[in-house]
Design a protein around this ligand. Sequence first.
Ligand SMILES: Nc1ncnc2c1ncn2[C@@H]1O[C@H](COP(=O)(O)OP(=O)(O)O)[C@@H](O)[C@H]1O
Ligand SMILES: [Mg+2]
Length: 233
Amino acid sequence: MYLVGEGMTGGYGGGDILRDCTIGVEKGEIAVIVGPNGAGKSTAMKAMLGMLRLRLGSVVLDGKNITTLSPQARVAEGIAFVPQTNNVFTGMSVEENLEMGAYLRRDDISGTMEQVFALFPILKEKRRQAAGELSGGQRQQVAVGRALMTRPTVLMLDEPTAGVSPIVMDELFDRILEVRDTGLAILMVEQNARQALNIADRGYVLVGGENWRTGTGHELLANPEVRKSFLGG
Ligand SMILES: Nc1ncnc2c1ncn2[C@@H]1O[C@H](COP(=O)(O)OP(=O)(O)O)[C@@H](O)[C@H]1O
Ligand SMILES: [Mg+2]
């Protein structure tokens, strides 16, 4: 797979949170991680970004072992990450937020910014406004747009639809599908399991830091155990 965390085992210094956990995503594909609160979904994503030292296991990007690289080095290798909270600079304008996303680049970023504005037209309209004045859904667009400013090959999103209405969620998922169709690998943690699995090429159900069930999004949606435990029957 293009990005894979294989047999990830480790935690935050106490006991292991992740136990032999394997998560992967291909280019042009959306992989979704679902599971109960505290299952280790965010921890798995942080481990793949390098914010967590693994005791066992590896992270491989495009065939290259990146297990010991810092998060910044992984970003330079093409991984972009949108954390669940505090993912925009509220006091800065939309445009400044996007520029911040491109801080690693030394080339002309205007073309990429136009691509972000094409994906999220409302951001062009509001580009001089402080991000803190935007609605929740619009802020999430800023956060995703900022991540795209590095021209990543992998986009990791931790609960991008947290706290937004069902309509805004559907819109955001449509935009994420558009991004996928440009060839990026997208790895997403989601609480809205049913809707997320519906657009997922690949799904991982984590329980207690372990892989519980894995399959295509539609396989998991059709799985009676998954339905009973996570989808309300
Ligand atoms: N920074 C941290 N330090 C110590 N323990 C943490 C930290 N972040 C999360 N945990 C613990 O790791 C476990 C998994 O958390 P998390 O990955 O955030 O779960 P999820 O995203 O699935 O809700 C939980 O028991 C949580 O308390
Ligand atoms: Mg989480």
